[in-house]
Design a protein around this ligand. Structure first.
Ligand code: SF4
Ligand code: SF4
Length: 290
C-alpha cells in the first residue's frame, strides 16, 4: 500500500509531518519505506539527521550532432516541442541541453543516418539511505540548473518500489503540478499539510481538488494552527469531504528538533504526541498493518 504526504504550498511543514509520521509508524510496528520525491529540494534526510547514501545517476537521452553527416535540413529543430534545438542561419543545429526532455523526436525525424547520435547527460541522482529508525529513505535529487523534475520523480519512485518494505510513504513536492500527481499516483490516502494563512488555504483547495479528481481519500493536517484562521481550513475540508486529523501549533520545540536533526516524535516535547496520534490513525486506516 502507498500513502502520500503533500501540501499545496511550500514551507508548510510537509517534510516535518512526513518524517515524524514515518518514525512514529515504525515505532508502533508498521514496516515502511519513505520516499522523498520533492526532487528539487529534498530535505527529509536533513530532518532525519542522515547523510544520503548509495547514489545512482539518473541519465537522460540527448542528441549529439555529427556535423560531418548533418545536411542542415532543420527537421530536428522543427519537431522539437521544447525548442531545445536552435539553428544558425545556414541550418546548423545546436542543442540547449537543459531544455531537452529526452523525447527522441529529433532522432526519429532526422533523415540522415548517423547525423544524430545518442548521448546522455546526468540530470540528477537517486539515493537509498538506511536510517537509524528502522526504515529506508529513498531520495530523488535533481541536479542544480536542471529544469525537468519528472524523470527524477519517476526514477526515485521506481527505486523506492524496488527496495520497499511494507508501506510506501511518499513525500511530494509542493503544489499540484504533474510531478506531484505522478508522486501521488497509486496512493490509498493523501495527507495534505497546510497552514491557516490566506495563501495556505487557497493552495489547500487545489490539493483537495487534486485528491478528489484522483479519487483518493484526503486528510488534512493544519500546521501552525494557532497562527491564522483555522476555521476556514475546517470549512474547506468539509466542502471536499476531507477530515482534519491533526493540528500542530507553532512550536519552538519543532524548530529545535529540526536544528538537532532529531525527529520530534522521539523527544519528550509535548508535540511528540500529535505525531504518535496521527500514526495510530494511519495504522488504523491501513488495517493495523502495511
Ligand atoms: S534533422 Fe538531422 S540532418 Fe537535419 S539538421 Fe537535424 S541533425 Fe542535421
Ligand atoms: S530529444 Fe526531444 S526535446 Fe531533446 S532535442 Fe530532441 S526533440 Fe528536442
Amino acid at each position: 500500500m502507498q500513502i502520500a504526504i503533500s501540501g499545496g504550498k511550500g514551507g508548510t511543514g510537509k517534510s516535518t509531518v512526513a518524517t515524524n509520521l514515518a518514525v512514529a509508524l515504525r515505532k508502533i510496528g508498521v514496516k515502511l519505506t519513505l520516499a522523498d520525491l520533492d526532487v528539487e529540494a529534498p530535505n527529509d534526510h536533513i530532518l532525519l539527521g542522515v547523510e544520503l547514501a548509495n547514489e545512482k545517476p539518473v541519465n537522460q537521452f540527448m542528441p549529439r550532432f555529427d556535423y560531418s553527416k548533418c545536411t542542415k535540413c532543420r527537421k530536428c529543430a522543427e519537431v522539437c516541442e521544447e525548442h531545445a534545438i536552435v539553428t544558425l542561419r545556414d541550418g546548423t543545429p545546436f542543442l540547449m541541453p537543459t531544455l531537452c526532455s529526452g523525447c527522441r523526436a529529433c532522432e526519429i525525424v532526422c533523415p540522415v543516418p548517423g547525423a544524430i547520435q545518442e548521448a546522455f547527460r546526468t540530470i540528477g541522482h537517486t539515493y537509498v539511505t538506511p536510517t537509524p529508525y528502522g526504515f529506508t529513505l529513498v531520495t530523488g535529487k535533481l541536479k542544480e540548473g536542471e529544469e525537468r523534475s519528472m524523470p527524477l520523480v519517476v526514477a526515485a519512485k521506481r527505486r523506492a518500489e524496488e527496495v520497499r518494505e511494507g508501506l510506501l510513504m511518499v513525500d511530494t513536492a509542493a503544489g499540484t503540478g504533474n510531478t506531484v500527481s505522478k508522486a501521488i499516483e497509486s496512493s490509498k490516502l493523501l495527507i495534505a499539510v497546510t497552514e491557516p494563512t490566506p495563501l495556505g488555504i487557497h493552495d489547500t483547495e487545489l490539493i483537495l481538488e487534486l485528491g478528489r479528481l484522483m479519487g483518493i481519500p484526503t486528510w488534512v493536517v493544519v500546521n501552525r494552527a494557532d497562527l491564522g484562521e483555522k476555521e476556514k481550513v475546517y470549512e474547506l475540508a468539509r466542502k471536499y469531504g476531507a477530515e482534519v486529523v491533526a493540528e500542530i501549533p507553532y512550536s519552538e520545540n519543532i524548530v529545535r528538533s529540526y536544528v538537532e536533526g532529531k525527529p520530534i516524535v522521539l523527544t519528550d516535547y509535548p508535540e511528540a504526541e500529535i505525531f504518535t496520534g496521527l500514526a495510530k490513525r494511519v495504522a488504523e486506516f491501513l488495517g493495523g498493518g502495511e
